[in-house]
Design a protein around this ligand. Structure first.
Ligand SMILES: Cc1cc2nc3c(=O)[nH]c(=O)nc-3n(C[C@H](O)[C@H](O)[C@H](O)COP(=O)(O)O)c2cc1C
Length: 197
């Protein structure tokens, strides 16, 4: 019988076996073209999604909106951490300028649903992963970040999140200034077992 799936091409497999995130601090322009951005988002919207609930959505930051959102981050930081000094506030103001494109992945939970909340959250995590895998397959550097502002009430309000929504990640995408060093990975023998009764 013919195989339904084509065998994975070796560039795809190589990519999965060697992929590295690139620190947001090591990113610069240019970012993806409009066509590449559509590919990246289309791949993210193709993750496993039990019962087709679409438990995620994406908010894009490009161009001037990165600067405007930085101003929000600095304001919220000052309100939530009154001791924050000038250096910290300047860092916050420039956060989204680290990359030409930041994609915020928002997990959104449908309730009631036969699909447990946990599964819906996992699907949002898979969307984050498809974003970085696709962006890096296109030759860009990418990093999935949460930092403090994924968990801030003030930032939640600025992102206009509904009660059933939360940030799964901010995916920074741009051109890598340097090749990331290899990172230690767990030994498979430490994490893989075969079940036995
Ligand atoms: C949910 C989630 C949140 C993360 N948040 C941060 C973060 O805030 N800051 C950071 O430096 N790395 C964060 N990381 C780790 C990076 O995405 C990345 O895994 C790390 O830089 C190692 O690179 P690698 O993907 O090549 O292993 C996070 C990862 C996950 C899965």
């Amino acid at each position: 019988m013919a195989k339904y799936h084509k065998p994975m091409s070796s560039p795809t497999l190589d990519h999965l076996l060697t992929r590295r995130s690139v620190s947001a601090n090591s990113l610069t322009g240019p970012g993806p073209s409009e066509g590449e951005l559509q590919q990246i988002l289309t791949a993210a919207a193709r993750v496993p999604d039990h019962k087709k609930l679409v438990p995620w959505r994406f908010v894009l930051f490009q161009g001037a909106s990165r600067d405007a959102f930085g101003a929000v981050l600095a304001e919220v930081c000052q309100a939530e951490e009154p001791d924050a000094g000038t250096f910290r506030l300047e860092t916050e103001a420039k956060r989204f300028l680290r990359a030409p494109l930041v994609i915020t992945v928002i997990s959104r939970i449908t309730q009631p649903s036969v699909v447990p909340e946990w599964e819906q959250m996992l699907s949002a995590g898979a969307a984050c992963q498809n974003l970085i895998v696709t962006a890096s397959a296109l030759g860009f550097g990418a990093q999935w970040i949460t930092e403090w502002y994924a968990y801030s009430e003030g930032v939640r309000a600025a992102l206009k999140l509904a009660d059933n929504e939360r940030v799964a990640g901010f995916v920074y995408i741009g051109t890598s200034k340097e090749k990331p060093e290899e990172r230690d990975r767990p030994k498979l023998s430490d994490i893989v077992t075969s079940w036995q009764r």
